[in-house]
Design a binder for this molecule. Structure first.
Ligand code: APR
Ligand code: PHB
Length: 390
């Protein structure tokens, strides 16, 4: 292939956003993706966007559907199985979040790519990274049975948790921090109106539940289940019954049931790999860090990573300034760790952990009661929920 300036591995939110941010400044970028376009667009993920993320989409002008269909949310609910505690995000912070599915963000970014000169190579097999310690790195991969080579100035590893980029950094220079949670989230998507105008995160004796949405006519719900739970054990009716119990009487009374459009179990993990740069390779998004979905931070962190990274690459190409590039990992990780902390804290507060006894349960309830009664506690949650400053 014709050489490019920045070769991006992965067409998830991180890779797509980075590609567009670079193209907006005239930098050449090519995205190389292992899966087909249809497979990437079929992935269903979280749907709460921080201002930092929507600002990027506005700045890029890839916001027509976001403006028309995104739902501004000014608060959300924490439930303890009986009552709902409102976190009035707008009153506490003056800001709001936007409910708009990650699938839709991905769709919008893919659709805008050709007109902006952002090439995406789909179905790239056997991808390998070369020369990340040199000034002339490259990617090789197979496309339609043909061996390809993409020479570049920099490689952006936006290839998710299982991609090849992170492990291309020598093991001796890398440090990982990880917590795997002993449960997963069983999610259901259904074409029924949401049970509540705002999201409800519920901590119940029987475990966590979340009531979320994609639109006024499409709902997304989750319950905590053991990590090895067979999904066949959860026919739709059983899942609706369990949601009604865990979300509490008020939500249950307003809940409309319907057939699942999608149902799956996702594991929960906290993970950070340091550093996020080695030589000419830069990691962004899930390739460098994973958060449990409890704070809806996954895609927002991918967005802040690539905001920092695009700024640094633009400084390099426009002024030959490599200081910002060298500082990328430190800057990105400072925000990553704070989001890791928030996601972990909210996960601990809202889930039932195997081995927890009555004492741990009372601690959770006391903390929820404290949050209900303290503006300072609610403020701390709200400022993290809308996203800490970049
Ligand atoms: N070659 C090319 N592409 C690859 C390879 C490979 N060897 N391995 C993985 N990829 C691609 C995946 O197919 C996927 O499309 O990299 C992409 C990574 O995308 P995501 O997993 O979505 O990660 P990221 O863009 O960092 O997004 C982070 O979005 O996916 C969610 O849960 C995630 O919310 C988080 C946020
Ligand atoms: C979702 O709508 O899928 C969703 C919302 C909030 C979360 C996680 C997932 O914290």
């Amino acid at each position: 292939m014709k050489p490019t300036q920045v070769a991006i591995i992965g067409a998830g939110p991180a890779g797509l956003l980075l590609g567009h941010l670079l193209r907006a400044d005239g930098i050449e970028a090519v995205i190389v993706e292992r899966k087909s376009e249809a497979e990437v667009l079929a992935r269903i993920r979280a749907g709460v966007l921080e201002r930092t993320t929507t600002d990027l989409l506005h700045r890029l002008g890839i916001d027509a559907r976001l403006n028309a269909e995104g739902l501004p949310h000014h608060g959300f609910m924490l439930a303890d199985g009986e009552r709902l505690i409102r976190i009035d995000v707008a009153a506490l912070t003056g800001q709001s979040v936007t409910v708009y599915g990650q699938t839709e963000v991905t769709r919008d970014l893919v659709a805008a790519a050709p007109a902006r000169g952002l090439e995406i190579v789909w179905n790239a097999a056997d991808l390998a990274l070369h020369g990340i310690d040199d000034a002339t790195p490259a990617l090789t991969f197979m496309r339609g049975g043909v061996a390809e080579r993409l020479d570049c100035d920099f490689i952006a590893g936006c290839d998710g948790f299982h991609g090849p980029s992170r492990i291309a950094i020598p093991a001796a220079l890398r440090q990982s921090f990880e917590r795997v949670y002993p449960f997963g989230w069983l999610g259901i998507l259904a074409d029924v109106p949401p049970c509540h105008p705002e999201l409800i995160y519920a901590n119940h004796d029987r475990g966590f539940a979340l009531a979320s949405m994609r639109s006024p006519t499409r709902s997304r719900y989750y319950i905590q289940v053991p990590a090895d739970e067979p999904i066949g054990d959860w026919p739709d009716e059983r899942l609706w019954d369990e949601l009604a119990l865990r979300l509490g009487p008020e939500a249950a009374a307003a809940m409309t049931r319907g057939p699942a459009i999608e149902k799956s179990i996702a594991p929960l993990r906290s993970f950070v790999s340091e550093p996020m740069r080695h030589g000419r390779l830069f990691l962004a998004g899930d390739s460098a860090h994973i958060v449990p979905p409890t704070g809806a931070k996954g895609m927002n962190l991918a967005a802040s990573d690539v905001a920092y990274l695009s700024e640094a690459l633009i400084a390099w190409y426009s002024r030959g300034d490599d200081g910002t590039l060298l500082d990328y990992s430190r800057r990105a990780l400072a925000r990553v760790w704070k989001s890791e902390r928030f996601s972990w804290q909210l996960t601990k507060l809202m889930h039932r952990f195997p081995g927890d006894g009555p004492f741990e349960r009372r601690m959770q309830l006391a903390e929820l009661d404290y949050i209900a009664s303290s503006t300072a506690a609610r403020m701390s949650i709200a400022e993290n929920y809308i996203g800490l400053p970049m």
